[in-house]
Ligand binder design. Structure first.
Ligand code: ADP
Ligand code: MG
Length: 735
C-alpha cells in the first residue's frame, strides 16, 4: 500500500505541529517573541491562528458604486496618509484612497504603525463597511491590503485576514502561516474515517490549507466546517473522558433520600415550594439515590429559589452519613448561605459551619479536624474550601453555587475531595443547552423558570441621563414609605475605558471586525477587587453627592470591591438592618444579596453592562412582597445602545435576555471565564453552532462507548490529539 511508506513522515509532520514556532521559516527569535505576545508558541499555534475574515477581491466595488451602509472591497491608490492624535491616548491614521471614480477616506484607530507601513502612491485594496460623513465616503478600521511590493499576497482572489499586531503585520502573518503549513504537509488526520464520511468532511491537511488560503469563499467555508467540528469533538471527548476518570474505580454513593433530616428540613421550610422547585428536588434526589455519580446543573434566574433545593440535596448527604461541601464564589455569599441555610440546618439537625479566607487560624484548624473526623455534615465556604488540607472523611455531595464563577480546574479540585461524589452546580447564568454541553460534556440540566414571588411586580424603565431626576423622585418616594434603595455605578477600569474610547469612536480596532458594529463594552463581572484608584474616588464622590443633595434625609453608604471584607460585611449588615437606606454600590451586589425591603434600583451608565448582568442586578429588588422599580440610566446617544437596554423593559426572562445579549456579543463575555473548556473553541460559536455541538456530543459519546480510552488503531491519533490539545491526563493515570 503506498500509504504505508508515508506513515513515518506523517507521524513526523504530526509531531512537528507541537514544536516551537521558531521552526517555521522566517520566524527569527525576535519574531517568535512577537508571536508569543499574540499567544502563538508552536507550529500548531500558527496553523490554528485562523483568519478573522477574508477579502474577496472578486467582489469589488468602486468608490462611486460602493453603497453606504454596505461592506465591500475597493481597490485604489493611496493619495495621502496622516497620523492624528485627537486625544493623548488616542491615535488615528487617516488615509485617502482614490480610484478612477472618486475618493474613499479611511480612518484607522489605534494602529499608528499604519502611518509607517503605508505611503502615498501605494496600490491597496480596502475592505470594510462604507459610511458617509463629513462629505466623504469613509471606512472605519477597514482591512487594508497592499497589492504590490513584498507585502503583496501571492495568492488568488480571496485574501485571508489574520489577526495581527504591531510587530507582525497581516502580510507577514500570512507568510508565517504559509510556511507553517509546509511543515504540516502530510499530517495525520485524527478524525475517524466513519465520521469524515458521515459529514463529508475534507481531510485535516486540506482544511488547514483551505481555511488560510482558499480559492473561493465556499472552499473556506468547507474548511471551517471541518475544523469547527473537530474542535468540538475533541472538547467533548476530553470532557467525557474526564468525567469517566472521575468515577472509574470508585463506588458512588446511593443516597438515603427519605431520612429524618430530610423530613425535619421539609417541616422547617417557612414557605411552600413551588411546583418547579418540588420537581427539581424530586429529580435531584431521585438521581442521588442511584449508585452513580450525579453531574447535574440547576439553572434558574435570580430569585427562583435554587438554594433551598440544594439544601434538600445536602440533607440527603447528611442522612446517608456522608458530607457535603457548598462552594460559593464570594465571602458575602458564603456568609449569607450560612445565615439563611444555617437556621434550616439547625432545625433539621444537620451540623454546619462556614470556612472562608478570613476564618481565624484556630477556628479553621478546629473546623478541618471536625470535617476530617466526619462530625461535620456540611461545610459552606469560598475558595478556601479548595485548599489541600480541607479533607472531608466522606464527601458524597459537592454543591457549587454560581458555578460559572469557577474554572474547570477548581470544579475538579472540589470533586476530587471525595470518592466520586454527586455534583450539583447552581447557576443564574442562563446557559443554553448546547453551551452546557460544550462546557461540561455529560451533564443533566434542571431548569427553574419561575420565581416564587410574582416578578411582574417589578417594572424596569430606561431613562436618558437628562431624565434621571425622575428616578431619584421615585427613590425618595420609596424611602418615604420606609423602603430602601440601591444606586449602582459601574466601575470603569483602565481596560474598559480604553475599549470604550474605541467603541465610542465607532470601532474596536483589532479586537473586533470593523463591521461588527454591535460590540458593547462591558464591565468585568463582579470581582472588582482590582479596581482602579480613580474608580473608588469617583464612586465615593457619587455617594457623597447623593448624601449631600438627593438623599440628605437618609443615610447613604458606599459598597465596593476594594473594601476589606469585614467592612463590606458591616456595610451590608447595616443596609440589611435598615440602618442605612441607600446603598451606593459597584457590581459587588451582583450575586446573592438578599434585602427584601429594597424596592428601588437605579443603575447609572447602564449601557456599560451586559443584559444578563443587568438582569442579575435587578434581581436584587422585588424579592419581597412589595412592588419594585428599576431605572436604567444611560448617557449613550447611540440608538443601538438604547435599543438594547429597552429589551429590559419588556423582557423579564433571563434566558431570553442572554440570547439577545449573545446575539450581540461574544460568548466569551458571557462565560466570563477563560479557564472554561469553551476557551479552546476558536471557530465554534456556542450559540450559532448549536447543531454542530449536539452532533459532536452524540458522536463523542458513541466513540467512547465502544472505545473508552481511544486505544483502537483507528482512534489512536484522535486520542493523542485529545490529550495534547487539552492537556488531559490519560484515563487511568488518575486526575
Ligand atoms: P436564587 O435562585 O437566586 O439563589 P434564592 O435561593 O436566594 O434564589 O431565593 C431567593 C429568595 O426566595 C430567598 O429569600 C428564599 O428564601 C425565597 N424563596 C425560595 N423559595 C421560595 C418559595 N417557594 N416561596 C417563597 N419564597 C421562596
Ligand atoms: Mg443564589
Amino acid at each position: 500500500m503506498p500509504e504505508a511508506s508515508h506513515i513515518p513522515d506523517r507521524l513526523q509532520a504530526t509531531l512537528g505541529l507541537d514544536e516551537p514556532v521558531s521552526r517555521v521559516r522566517l520566524v527569527s527569535p525576535a519574531r517568535a517573541k512577537a508571536l508569543e505576545k499574540l499567544g502563538i508558541r508552536t507550529v500548531r499555534g500558527l496553523i490554528t491562528h485562523f483568519p478573522r475574515r477574508y477579502i474577496d477581491l472578486s467582489a469589488r466595488e468602486t468608490a462611486a458604486s460602493a453603497r453606504i451602509g454596505e461592506s465591500c472591497t475597493i481597490e485604489g491608490v493611496i493619495h495621502d496618509v496622516k497620523l492624528k492624535r485627537p486625544k493623548p491616548r488616542l491615535a488615528l491614521v487617516e488615509i485617502g484612497v482614490t480610484d478612477s471614480t472618486g475618493v474613499v477616506i479611511v480612518t484607522a484607530f489605534r494602529q499608528p504603525w499604519l502611518a509607517e507601513q503605508l505611503s502615498a502612491g501605494m496600490r491597496v485594496a480596502i475592505a470594510g463597511k462604507i459610511e458617509f460623513n463629513y462629505g466623504f465616503k469613509r471606512m472605519v478600521n477597514p482591512q487594508i491590503l497592499p497589492l504590490e511590493g513584498s507585502d503583496a499576497p501571492a495568492h488568488g482572489l480571496v485574501i485571508p485576514v489574520h489577526p495581527a499586531g504591531e510587530k507582525v503585520t497581516p502580510a507577514l502573518m500570512r507568510r508565517f502561516v504559509s510556511n507553517a503549513l509546509e511543515l504540516a504537509e502530510g499530517v495525520l488526520d485524527p478524525m475517524p474515517l466513519e465520521l469524515r464520511v458521515k459529514y463529508r468532511l475534507v481531510s485535516r491537511q486540506v482544511a488547514f490549507r483551505a481555511i488560510h488560503f482558499p480559492e473561493s469563499l465556499a472552499e473556506a467555508h468547507e474548511a471551517r466546517r471541518r475544523l469547527a467540528y473537530e474542535e468540538v469533538l475533541l472538547l467533548e471527548l476530553h470532557l467525557m473522558q474526564q468525567g469517566a476518570v472521575r468515577s472509574r474505580g470508585h463506588v458512588p454513593t446511593a443516597h438515603e433520600i427519605a431520612g429524618p433530616r430530610m423530613q425535619a428540613l421539609d417541616a422547617a421550610i417557612p414557605f411552600t415550594l413551588t411546583d418547579e422547585q418540588q420537581q427539581a428536588r424530586l429529580d435531584i434526589l431521585g438521581e442521588m439515590a442511584q449508585p452513580h455519580a450525579m453531574n447535574r446543573m440547576l439553572l434558574g434566574d435570580v430569585g427562583t429559589g435554587k438554594t433551598v433545593v440544594a439544601a434538600f440535596a445536602i440533607a440527603a448527604a447528611a442522612d446517608t452519613g456522608g458530607q457535603a461541601l457548598l462552594l460559593a464564589p464570594t465571602e458575602v455569599l458564603a456568609q449569607q448561605h450560612e445565615r439563611s441555610l444555617g437556621k434550616l440546618f439547625d432545625a433539621a439537625g444537620i451540623t454546619h459551619a462556614v470556612l472562608t479566607g478570613s476564618t481565624s487560624e484556630s477556628e479553621r484548624a478546629e473546623l478541618l479536624s471536625r470535617l476530617a473526623a466526619g462530625s461535620l455534615d456540611v461545610l459552606i465556604g469560598t475558595h478556601a474550601l479548595l485548599e489541600d488540607d480541607v479533607r472531608p472523611s466522606n464527601l458524597t455531595l459537592a454543591v457549587i453555587d454560581e458555578q460559572q464563577r469557577f474554572g474547570v480546574a477548581q470544579r475538579a479540585k472540589l470533586l476530587a475531595k471525595g470518592d466520586a461524589p454527586d455534583a450539583l452546580f447552581l447557576t443564574a447564568t442562563p446557559i443554553p443547552r448546547t453551551l452546557a454541553l460544550a462546557l461540561f460534556g455529560n451533564l443533566t440540566l434542571t431548569y427553574l423558570k419561575h420565581r416564587p414571588h410574582d416578578a411582574a411586580r417589578r417594572t424596569t424603565r430606561v431613562l436618558a441621563k437628562s431624565e434621571r431626576g425622575y428616578a431619584y423622585d421615585a427613590a425618595r418616594e420609596a424611602l418615604g414609605r420606609g423602603e430602601q434603595v440601591y444606586v449602582v455605578c459601574p466601575l470603569v477600569g483602565k481596560d474598559t475605558q480604553e475599549r470604550d474610547a474605541m467603541a465610542g469612536e465607532g470601532a474596536a480596532a483589532s479586537r473586533e471586525e470593523p463591521d461588527g458594529g454591535a460590540y458593547h463594552p462591558t464591565v468585568a463581572i463582579e470581582d472588582d477587587a482590582d479596581l482602579e484608584h480613580d474608580d473608588v474616588a469617583a464612586a465615593t464622590r457619587e455617594a457623597e453627592m447623593l448624601q449631600g443633595s438627593t438623599f440628605f434625609d437618609w443615610r447613604v453608604e458606599l459598597l465596593h470591591g476594594g473594601l476589606p471584607f469585614s467592612e463590606k460585611q458591616q456595610v451590608m449588615q447595616r443596609f440589611h438592618d435598615n440602618e442605612t437606606q441607600v446603598l451606593v454600590a459597584t457590581t459587588v451586589i451582583e450575586v446573592g444579596v438578599d434585602v427584601p425591603n429594597a424596592t428601588v434600583m437605579i443603575v447609572e451608565d447602564a449601557d456599560r453592562f451586559g443584559l444578563s448582568q443587568l438582569h442579575q442586578l435587578r434581581g436584587r429588588v422585588g424579592r419581597g412582597e412589595k412592588p419594585a422599580r428599576v431605572f436604567l440610566v444611560s448617557a449613550s446617544k447611540q440608538d443601538v445602545a438604547l435599543e438594547r437596554l429597552r429589551a429590559m423593559e419588556t423582557c423579564d426572562d433571563g434566558f431570553e435576555l442572554a440570547r439577545i445579549d449573545l446575539s450581540l456579543r461574544r460568548e466569551g463575555d458571557i462565560l466570563g471565564n477563560r479557564q472554561s473548556g469553551a476557551s479552546v473553541l476558536k471557530l465554534v460559536n456556542v450559540v450559532r453552532d448549536g447543531g454542530l455541538i449536539e452532533a459532536a456530543h452524540a458522536d463523542a459519546r458513541e466513540l467512547l462507548e465502544n472505545d473508552p480510552d481511544l486505544d483502537a488503531p483507528d482512534h489512536a491519533a484522535l486520542g493523542r490529539e485529545v490529550r495534547l490539545l487539552l492537556g488531559a491526563t490519560r484515563a487511568g493515570e488518575g486526575g
